[in-house]
Design a protein around this ligand. Structure first.
Ligand SMILES: C[S@@+](CC[C@H](N)C(=O)[O-])C[C@H]1O[C@@H](n2cnc3c(N)ncnc32)[C@H](O)[C@@H]1O
Length: 297
């Protein structure tokens, strides 16, 4: 038997030696995951001086060893939390990032006074994080909401189905940059072109000219990362084009993008008669990360 306090201390030390960014937070996440308790309950166990048996400690050591090799924590625990929603995570599917919560927050603010039914399209949904978070929040506000979430990769689409199973979300496995493909996946959508209240998207956008180097990010699939051209704008531009087709007049659009895209995307959308009220929005690190706009009449 080893005291919980000693296990916490050893795990934190090992994670700091491995140069993991937030060793205390990650130690608590790994230990509470293995023990099967909340982080709050883990704190109570520490305060009460409780102990863990050797099999549990071995399982913790095994996960910490893997984390030290920079396997993403979410792949080790199989879960993450995005905007308060617990999501299942699997290797091979993009891990939702905390910065994307700004997209959810801004969309909720835009519809803060809305009580009528909303139709929302989430293009490139990955694990279904944005769709699940919006459905959850609008549900808490008693705003009836129907969301379609489109994802090209079948493994990610299946995971998105699982993560949105408690909400009014339809996940379609299709190319989100092709209207016909999306309608092919759900023929009902043919009648809904030009009627959506919001289109949101965090598409792949990294320029192929500057591939990622951070070891954890390398574990995300290329399809989720790279924007299809050396400047990374090919897929995002197609998403903007699709958003214009799906949105109703005055419908809300918001898309995450690479910081190098901010000026070009905003200028292009301002020059187009399709959009108005175009804004560049920053993420939590003060980096230009999103464009939002309203569909013109
Ligand atoms: C950056 S990830 C974002 C996932 C999710 N929206 C999030 O914020 O966590 C981009 C996702 O788009 C998907 N994707 C790439 N190209 C696509 C396409 N043409 N149509 C639909 N999905 C696509 C990838 O498989 C990946 O799941």
């Amino acid at each position: 038997m080893t005291s919980v306090n000693e296990v916490v201390r050893q795990v934190q030390l090992r994670l700091s030696q491995a140069k993991i960014d937030s060793p205390a937070a990650e130690a608590a996440m790994i230990i509470s995951h293995v023990v099967g308790v909340s982080r709050g309950k883990l704190g109570v166990m520490q305060a009460l001086g409780e102990h863990l048996d050797s099999a549990t400690v071995e399982r913790i050591v095994d996960l910490v060893d893997q984390r030290a090799k920079r396997i993403p924590l979410q792949h080790l625990t199989g879960e993450t939390t995005f905007y308060g929603v617990d999501l299942k995570i699997e290797p091979g599917v993009f891990i939702p990032r905390v910065e994307t919560e700004v997209l959810v927050e801004t969309t909720l603010e835009h519809f803060a006074d809305t009580t009528g039914e909303l139709k929302i399209l989430d293009l490139c949904t990955g694990s279904g994080a944005i769709a699940a978070a919006l459905a959850d929040q609008f549900g808490r506000r008693s705003v009836p909401t129907r969301i379609w979430a489109v994802e090209l990769d079948p493994t990610a689409a299946e995971l998105a189905r699982h993560n949105t199973r408690d909400y009014n979300v339809t996940v379609l496995c299709a190319d989100a940059t092709k209207t016909a493909a999306v309608i092919g996946a759900d023929p009902e959508l043919a009648t809904l072109l030009g009627t959506f209240d919001a289109v949101v998207s965090n598409p792949p956008y990294i320029p192929t000219a500057t591939p990622v180097t951070q070891t954890e990010a390398e574990q995300d699939p290329s399809l989720a990362l790279y924007g299809g051209s050396s400047d990374g704008l090919a897929v995002p531009l197609r998403v903007v084009d699709q958003a214009a087709r799906w949105l109703a007049p005055h419908g809300f659009f918001m898309m995450e993008h690479d910081h190098t895209h901010a000026a070009e995307l905003a200028a292009m959308m301002r020059q187009s008669s399709t959009w108005h009220k175009v804004h560049t929005i920053r993420d939590l690190t003060d980096t230009d990360r999103f464009v939002s706009a309203l569909r013109a009449e």
